[in-house]
Each structure stands twice: as C-alpha cells, then as structure tokens.
Design a protein around this ligand. Structure first.
Ligand code: OFO
Length: 170
C-alpha cells in the first residue's frame, strides 16, 4: 500500500477511535443525568464510530498495509448541558468531515481510485451525521428553556435510536 495513503488512513483510524471514545463519554454523562434516551443514542453512536474504525482497520490490512491501533486520550467527562453536548458533537463531526475530505484528497493526488471509491462510503456517512446533529440541535433550540421539553426530547431520542436499530436489523 502506498505510504501516503496508509498514513492518511491510519490518521483516520485514530479519528474514528477518538470519536467513539468521545461519544462514549457523552453517553455516560447523559446516563448519570437520568437521560436514558440520550444515553442510548450516544452509546449507539459510539458503537457506530467503532464500526467506522474497524472498517478502516480491515481495509488497510487487506490492501497490504498495516493498521495502527491508536492510543486514545481521555475525552471531556463533563458537559454543561445537553444542548452544549450536541453542539460539541456537531463541531466534532465537522472536523471529521474535514479529515475525510483530506483522505479523499490524498487518494486523488496518489491516483488511488480503489481507496477513493472505498472512502465514498465515509463521505456519505458524514453528510448523514451532520444532518442528524443539526436536526437534533434544531429540536433543542425549539425546546429552549422549557421545562418538560427535555423529558419529551429524551423520549424522542429513545425512539430515534430504536427506530434506526430496527431498520438496520431488517
Ligand atoms: Fe465516523 O462518523 Fe462521526 O465521526
């Protein structure tokens, strides 16, 4: 495997692992606040990020490179509010989108169209993740400071997570 491509993919493995860890921390925080739906959503999201990492690990190894399992720094453990937490999530996803675009860039420079093709799955995934984060923030903006709104929000997060789990099970 081309060394530039291998380095770019290993950097991305690191980012996906960090995302998984970050969202795990968000899940745990939400759980301690009694927000079971939000916690489930974040636990599931953390698992998805691990899957994104695994997909890259396997691709690198199958293509003759060597995947590097990264050391992961501790993510933040506290969040000021659910709103702030989802703002942090969106900001994080935007940095991940940028790094996916950087990998795609390297693929084009190195004329590696196989990896370029493989990365298109991540490009589409980032669009979905950004859209989902924005729609959740829209809901939180509507709720504002309304008490009781958070209860309904949390219930909706539970429904969103269960609905997407049953869709993937089919
Ligand atoms: Fe891996 O998609 Fe989010 O970070």
């Amino acid at each position: 495997m081309n060394t530039h491509i291998e380095r770019a993919l290993n950097d991305q493995i690191n980012k996906e692992a960090s995302s998984s860890h970050y969202y795990l921390s968000m899940a745990s925080w939400a759980e301690t606040k009694g927000l079971a739906g939000t916690a489930l959503f974040m636990y599931t999201h953390s698992d998805e990020e691990r899957f994104h990492m695994l997909k890259l690990v396997k691709f690198v190894n199958e293509r003759g490179g060597k995947a590097i399992v990264p050391a992961i720094p501790q993510p933040p453990l506290e969040f000021d509010s659910v709103h702030k937490m989802f703002e942090a999530l969106l900001a994080h996803e935007l940095t991940v989108t940028q790094s996916i675009n950087d990998v795609v860039d390297v693929c084009l420079k190195e004329k590696d169209y196989t990896t370029h093709n493989f990365m298109q799955w991540y490009v589409a995934e980032q669009m979905e993740e950004e859209a989902l984060a924005r729609s959740i923030l829209d809901k939180l903006n509507l709720i504002g400071k309304e008490t009781g709104g958070m209860y309904l929000f949390d219930r909706e997060m539970l429904e969103i997570t269960n609905a997407s789990a049953s869709k993937t099970a089919k």
